[in-house]
Design a protein around this ligand. Sequence first.
Ligand SMILES: Cc1ncc(COP(=O)(O)O)c(C=O)c1O
Length: 451
Amino acid sequence: MREFGYAIVDLLAEHFAEGDQKRVGAKSDPAKLIPMFDRDPPETGCDPNELLAQLERDVLPNNLHVDHPRFFAFVPGPNNFVSAMADALAAGFNVFNGTWFGGSAAAAVELGVVRWLCRTCGFPNTAGGLFVSGGSMANLTALVAARHALLHDRIEGAIVYFSDQTHSSVERALRVIGFLSKQLRKLPSDEKFRLSIKTLHDAIKSDRAKGLRPFCVIANAGTTNTGAVDPLNELADLATKEKLWFHVDGAFGAASILSDRGRAMLGGIERADSISLDPHKWLFQSFECGCVLVRDVALLKSAFQITADYLRDVHRDAEQFNPCDHGVQLTRSFRALKVWLSLQTFGLAAFREAITRGFELAEIGERQLRSRKGWEILSPAQMATVCFRFGKSDNVQTKLVDATMDDGYALLTSTTLRGAVALRLCAINPRTTDDDVIGTIDRLDRLARKL
Ligand SMILES: Cc1ncc(COP(=O)(O)O)c(C=O)c1O
């Protein structure tokens, strides 16, 4: 056990220490990779050290390193070593984090971290929440609570509003919980990619006139595309006036509230009925670590709690916190441990500084692009994200993504902004240096000119 375990720790320590010297990872050919693993397991076991060597050769390099300092694609996953070790502990002890009866200390740690996140977001004492797999599950969990609280689960004619910049997980969550596409209003965003109050107001009015039931508005606290933050205070005003549930998808951006820069952008988030916040993004945790926070935690419990004969011992004391009563999962891993252990180890100041760094890195990227000919900024740096393109051809941007992938020095991916393909640099890794950003734009510039 020790030999195998130490070998893995050595591998991890090496990975964290030498992250920037390696390729940013690779996307391998399915015809090569799939047959390697599409096999029955052996009848008798193999030497785990040999298997580790196989993983080092075939598996670990053939993924993208989302924690690489020059991984600027999608939403990076710059986790930390302490978080990874906490996962090893949670898995090794196989801590059950579903009920107070089965994992009282785990439940207490989760409660503590969730309450701290609630306070950080400005929620009142009535608030609470739950760790979930990520933003997708956080959005789904919040929307189930909303549906139960406001509609008593009767969704006929109920309408949900959000902007065209909203993450697809919101639409998927609504589909999963029974909403039809005719009940969703994906409203065109304004010139800064934000949900426009007037557009929303008009849509609500028009739906009421048709006898429909406006039910919920979903705002973004940092869109995936551009980092845009919807006008949270104005939306909260309108939601209150119209008696709508106000959900804020802050899976990407809400954690930035720990920094002064983020806090300045997120005013009004404290007025939400529910918030999604992903520690596995801008709080530097290993996957899977999302969090849903609900202003009145009793609503979460009434939406999810179901008692069962075989859980009678669990539910004997109604006061005890049972995570399983607040979400979809009964058996759950101890996700809160990694957040707790890394916060305790590094302290809040380190987290604040690490988050602030993301804002600065994207700004460095923007300045670099503006100083070179041929580059157009489509969305300036905000929430650690900047979008841009070289020339006018969509095809060139796509080719640039492929060229950076082949090159292996850094990785960016593309998106579509108002019909135009844009490159996107998302820079939330605090281990990224100024030179990493400058070097990446340099390479990109050279590749673009070559194309
Ligand atoms: C704004 C936003 N919401 C939701 C999600 C979905 O989160 P996850 O992939 O953790 O399920 C993402 C992921 O990037 C996101 O950026």
